[in-house]
Design a protein around this ligand. Structure first.
Ligand code: SAH
Length: 232
């Protein structure tokens, strides 16, 4: 459970940060991260956290989601309504199992007003929606955190020894090193010409690798391919 981070992106109500901390502690999670919160931790947050003040004290704050997930292997985004077809969908139980199997992982939640943007979701390997009334499936942020944390707790109770993966996925920051090498190599060719279109190409390549999810061994292979081609 120490390998699972709960990330809240651009929250508005400090009370929800406190409630999320409490929901986490109740279920045995400790790692809370905030990305660009509109308002930081205040009295309201502390009051809602109640006995989970320690989690607020250890909170880590980041400017961007990309930085908050750098040390993660698996990133799961939450949204009341599934958006975009490209990211595999999980239910909360499957999300909990996946996070524990493919840890270090993060479960990412959006702010109260606009949730996660498409750019945020593009950084996720999976999307999870909590089923509810189709006329109003949007839960309060901290209550959505509670449900996912409860599923993590249950998954951990049922199979406490998640196998260490034989060939795990690389961390987000390790893939970033690869993308930059690949882009550097492409910049030397005519393929990238310094146009605006290059940014779109770069995003598409990243999207492709995020979806195909090379393992660590496959990533070394790809690194080797880039090295061999650049030497030539
Ligand atoms: N107005 C926003 C909702 C934000 S609710 C929107 O329409 O997208 C705040 C956050 O709680 C969401 O970004 C999501 O992370 C989580 N959440 C709320 N309801 C959810 C549900 N049914 N399934 C999964 N996550 C949910």
């Amino acid at each position: 459970m120490q390998d699972i981070a709960i990330i809240l992106v651009r929250t508005w109500h400090p009370g929800n940060i406190g409630s999320a901390a409490r929901a986490m502690k109740n279920m045995g999670l400790t790692k809370l991260r905030l990305v660009a919160p509109h308002f930081g931790i205040d009295d309201q947050a502390q009051s809602m956290a109640a006995g989970a003040i320690d989690i607020l004290e250890q909170v880590e704050v980041f400017d961007t989601l990309q930085e908050a997930i750098a040390d993660r292997q698996t990133v799961i985004g939450t949204s009341a309504r599934i958006r975009g077809q490209r990211v595999p969908q999980l239910n909360p139980k499957q999300a909990a199992n996946t996070a524990l199997e493919q840890a270090p992982a993060a479960i990412v939640f959006g702010g109260e007003r606009s949730g996660l943007t498409n750019e945020d979701l593009a950084l996720c390997h999976f999307q999870v929606a909590i089923d509810g009334n189709p006329d109003y499936p949007v839960l309060n942020l901290a209550q959505a955190v509670q449900i996912l944390c409860y599923e993590l707790f249950n998954a951990q109770q049922t199979s406490p020894d998640f196998d260490r993966q034989e060939d795990p996925y690389p961390l987000v920051k390790e893939l970033e090193v690869f993308y930059q090498r690949l882009e550097g190599a492409l910049a030397e060719t005519d393929y990238m010409k310094g146009h605006e279109r290059d940014e779109i190409l770069k995003q598409r390549l990243r999207q492709y690798f995020r979806r195909s999810r090379p393992t660590r061994r496959e990533l070394s292979l790809l690194q080797g391919v880039v090295s061999a081609l650049t030497e030539k």
